[in-house]
Design a protein. Structure first.
Length: 373
């Protein structure tokens, strides 16, 4: 049994242990060098010391600044009044200055600026219409408007008032157009009929809705307070001018048609659609190139229905002939009636009896059938 150096190295290799030891020695030497350099660097300040490795500098001593105090008040100085005067000191002219907001007195809230009055509101006086102004309406979906009034009555040139029932909420321009229409067009028409206007039947004015009350439709002019639906104009003598009443004279309705189509940008009535068969729609909608719509068919009057009862007989008619009454025979006694009846029965021939065989032949027999439940 012999050992040799090559066999020992091949069988018991120490190369791995030797390399690991060398690495540990190298790491230890490197760490010692780094610590030595760090200790040396702490003696000097580094301008790029962002991690705070270097030693902190010694701060110089801070000296407190001295604030100068005011000099004591001399004894011969006058004493200040305990109460401060509330009035502001006068200016150079001797007038007191206006109060200015300061630290002790907060500034007062500025009054809201008043909205300028429109030209329409200035022109629509109480001599033309009873239409008080109301606040602006801001509804959902652009509903409402500005410069609104509540039209309660229209004053005619002869100082008579035409009541609007119920009162209409309109824009000032629309209310002014309605007042001019009644004063200049309808008042002369009522005079030609022998009466004056007493009341305007307001069917609908401001209402936040779509056109024809259809869900999802465009906003109607009623939603902008720029439209009025009129059903009739009542006169003081009890007569009513129904704008869609076919019993009314066609000439009167055509005169109303021409007057409204000349004053308003939209006129809808019978014949336009089935939504306006019982009233007239008026509005001042603004369109391109001042486009106007006038759709109102004035139908012919309804035919007169014949009376159910006959007309009365005129006085100059000849007298009617009276037909002669037939002679009435005296009534017979009951016993005589019975005898006469018996004689009539005896005189009348008896009906011939058919044999039973013939009856059986004439009527065919039906097969017997079982009833079903």
């Amino acid at each position: 049994m012999s050992f040799s150096l090559p066999d020992f190295r091949r069988k018991w290799s120490c190369r791995g242990y030797m390399s690991a030891g060398a690495a540990m020695v190298t790491a230890a030497l490197g760490l010692s060098l780094v610590l030595a350099e760090r200790a040396e660097a702490r003696k000097y300040t580094s301008p790029l010391d962002i991690f705070g490795i270097a030693a902190p500098r010694s701060r110089p001593a801070v000296h407190s600044a001295r604030i100068p105090l005011p000099r004591p008040r001399p004894e011969e100085a006058p004493k200040a009044s305990d109460k401060a005067s509330d009035e502001a000191p006068p200016d150079a002219d001797g007038k007191p200055l206006a109060d200015k907001p300061g630290a002790d007195k907060p500034a007062e809230a500025a009054a809201p600026a008043q909205k300028p009055v429109s030209a329409c509101r200035l022109a629509l006086t109480e001599e033309i219409a009873i239409a008080p102004s109301i606040p602006d309406i801001r509804g959902p979906g652009a509903c409402g408007g500005e410069d609104l009034v509540r039209l309660e009555a229209v004053v005619l040139p002869d100082k008579r008032k035409v009541t609007v029932k119920p009162a209409a909420i309109l824009r000032c321009t629309m209310a002014s157009a309605i007042a001019d229409w009644l004063r200049k067009d309808m008042a002369p028409l009522a005079t030609s009929l022998g009466s004056t206007i007493g009341e305007l039947d307001n069917f609908d004015s401001f209402e936040c809705r779509g056109r024809n009350r259809v869900v999802g439709a465009l906003l109607s002019e009623h939603g902008k307070a720029n439209a009025l639906d009129v059903r009739a104009i009542k006169l003081t003598n009890g007569q009513s001018i129904g704008l869609t009443d076919r019993t009314m004279s066609r000439d009167v309705r055509e005169r109303v048609l021409h007057s409204v189509c000349a004053r308003f940008s939209t006129v809808l009535g019978p014949g336009s659609d089935w939504y306006h068969e019982d009233h007239i729609h008026l509005d001042l909608a603004q369109r391109r190139n001042d486009y106007r719509i006038c759709q109102w068919n004035v139908w012919d009057p309804l035919p007169q229905v014949a009376p159910l009862l006959p007309a009365e007989r005129p006085e100059e008619a000849p007298p009617r002939e009276v037909a002669a009454k037939p002679e009435v025979k005296p009534e017979a006694k009951p016993e005589e009636k019975e005898g006469a009846d018996d004689e009539e029965v005896e005189k009348s021939p008896a009906p011939a009896k058919k044999p039973a065989a013939d009856a059986s032949k004439s009527q065919p027999r039906k097969p017997a059938t079982k009833k079903r439940r």
